[in-house]
Design a protein around this ligand. Structure first.
Ligand code: PEP
Length: 267
């Protein structure tokens, strides 16, 4: 079967940064200026909730997607402090990050929570970016595959094959997030291939081949090309380096180069 070429996606997770809407606007404008009108690499940025509407105005007319960092699964009601999928859509979001390890491990989010959010996001036509990944202790105990398989199974329960290509998976080893210790390209490729094999078992090979799987964990301009050059690494979820426009743009440029190599290899 011909190799499926997946459009690369580089997503910037700004987390609880920057402090002001003015700084967020400046960062978004700098990224936008560097990305230009090109749509060969898909790009999304995930500012804090309170900055979403302002950044949506900034991004008007740009191909850059707007992502939220979380959402609640209920459509409305008495859920103090929560944000619904409809609210995100109304604020201009195209994507939503679900099950980030800082929420799983810091705030007790479970696979069942992520799964409810996944279905609510899809119903609202948001593209979910579902994060999975093992802790350092789990990797050292050789449990990476079990952990990732369990998270995938729980987070994607009930996902129909026709909707699966609209879901993005982000493999983010917890030990690599914000630590400066990225997975090696070989470690990333091994887990990405495993994820695709699991998706294939559940959804069929043709569908699995269309699912974009990002790597996240200390992606920087100097390691991006090697990581993104791996066959099953379709892009990156970038934390720290997405807060500097020049670094984020260099990672986008690396994705463009890696995609060109993959296209060349597929010919
Ligand atoms: C993240 O928060 O998703 C992430 C990958 O962070 P960093 O790039 O800073 O490791």
């Amino acid at each position: 079967m011909a190799q499926t070429l997946r459009p690369p996606l580089i997503a910037g997770n700004w987390k609880m940064n920057p402090a002001t809407a003015d700084e967020a606007e400046t960062l978004a404008k700098d990224v936008m200026a560097g990305v230009g009108p090109a749509a060969d690499v898909h790009v999304a940025i995930a500012p804090a909730f309170v900055h979403l509407q302002r950044i949506d105005l900034v991004l008007d007319g740009s191909p850059i997607g707007l992502a939220a960092q979380n959402m609640h699964w209920m459509p409305s009601g008495a859920y103090t402090g929560e944000i619904s999928a409809a609210m995100l859509q109304d604020a201009g979001c195209t994507h939503v990050i679900l099950g980030h390890s800082e929420r799983r491990h810091g705030l007790g989010e479970t696979d069942a929570d992520v799964n409810r959010k996944l279905h609510a996001a899809l119903a609202a036509k948001l593209i979910p970016i579902v994060c999975v990944g093992e802790t350092r202790a789990e990797r050292e105990a050789d449990h990476t595959r079990d952990v990732v398989a369990t998270q995938l199974e729980g987070s994607l329960a009930g996902l129909e094959a026709d909707l699966a290509p609209g879901v993005v998976i982000a493999y983010e080893p917890v030990w690599a997030i914000g630590t400066g210790l990225n997975a090696t390209p070989e470690q990333a490729q091994e887990v990405h291939a495993f994820i695709r094999a699991k998706l294939s078992e559940r959804l069929g090979a043709a569908t699995a081949a269309r699912v974009v799987v990002l790597y996240g964990g200390s992606v920087k301009p100097d390691n991006a090309l090697e990581l993104l050059g791996q066959a099953d690494v379709d892009g990156a979820l970038v934390g720290g380096a997405s807060l500097k426009a020049a670094d984020f743009l260099a990672i986008i440029a690396a994705a463009r180069t890696a995609a060109a190599h993959k296209r060349g290899a597929a010919r």
